[in-house]
Design a protein around this ligand. Structure first.
Ligand code: NDP
Ligand code: 8X3
Length: 252
């Protein structure tokens, strides 16, 4: 079985790639940071004796996505599972203070990147009459929260596309699922706060957040249901988080 994971250089994607490698899948790991991809590939090959292919590209650029998918060697072309995970939040503030560049990055990565990847890999799945697309959404795609505006909008779009793709692809025997996590610790907040480690650390202070391994286990469970079962969407949060608007319970 071949799984293609976008954004495997950190956080959820790295944990997903690792868990599937541990379970003998051939894994295509992708992202923009080449050294990280090579290091992870080496580690997984050594530890689990499985096949790993690295593809270094930016999901925001259709030409790069197209080139990356076209470059797949014949034995890697029949992708069984696509995990659309690459994504980010950039900035946290009211709409009137939003940075246009942040908006473009989020929209281009979280929505257009997911679409470009899907468009490139779905025709092969249709030909083979099988495949599974697993979209990483967010609880931010279910309920908006203060200062989350454009990030939330991109994740609402993922939620809509998840539902819409399923309608289009069901007749082709392709499963479409989404995983929608709440607060989880990864490099997410460092990216959102543009490298401000103090601000990023505060997000997780006094709380046991979800971990990338929690998300990987959920993706693995969704991907390994019997052929006749499709999981539409799983929303999961840390035990201390009720939703996106109620303050998270923190240890004093
Ligand atoms: P991380 O910042 O830890 O990892 C993000 C990954 O996405 C990296 O591997 C990064 O790789 C990749 N990525 C970002 N931009 C691009 C791009 N333009 N092209 C290719 N790859 C890209 O964050 P998480 O693991 O937490 O986030 C993964 C997904 O989960 C995102 O979609 C996020 O929105 C979602 N999510 C996160 C939650 C959280 O609280 N952490 C909760 C709910 C959802 P590189 O920089 O090397 O390109
Ligand atoms: C990331 C989760 O709600 O902290 O998608 O923005 S949230």
């Amino acid at each position: 079985m071949i799984i293609f994971v976008t954004g495997a250089t950190a956080g959820f994607g790295k944990a997903i790639a690792t868990l599937f490698a541990k379970n003998n899948y051939s894994v295509i790991i992708t992202g923009r940071r080449k050294e990280r991809l090579e290091a992870l590939a080496q580690e997984l090959r050594q530890q689990y004796k499985v096949k790993i292919l690295t593809l270094c590209f930016d999901v925001r650029h259709f030409a790069e996505v197209e080139k990356a998918v076209a470059s797949l060697p014949p034995e890697w072309k029949e992708v069984d599972i696509l995990v659309n995970n690459a994504g980010l939040a950039a900035g946290f503030g009211p709409i009137q203070e939003g940075q246009i560049d942040d908006w473009e990055r989020m929209i281009d990565t979280n929505i257009k990147g997911l679409l470009y990847m899907t468009r490139q890999l779905v025709p092969g799945m249709i030909e083979r009459k099988k495949g599974h697309i697993i979209n990483i959404g967010s609880i931010a795609g279910k309920e908006v929260y203060a200062n989350g505006n454009v990030y939330c909008a991109t994740k609402f779009a993922v939620d809509a596309l998840n539902k819409a793709m399923r309608i289009d692809l069901v007749q082709h025997h392709i499963k479409v699922s989404s995983i929608s996590p709440g607060l989880a610790e990864s490099e997410f907040s460092i990216v959102r706060y543009k490298g401000d480690l103090e601000k990023a650390k505060k997000v997780y202070e006094g709380v046991d957040p979800l971990t990338p391994d929690d998300i990987a286990e959920t993706v693995y469970w969704v991907a390994t249901r019997p052929a006749h079962v499709n999981i539409l969407d799983i929303v999961l949060t840390a035990e201390a988080q009720a939703n996106t608007t109620t303050p998270i319970r923190r240890k004093s």
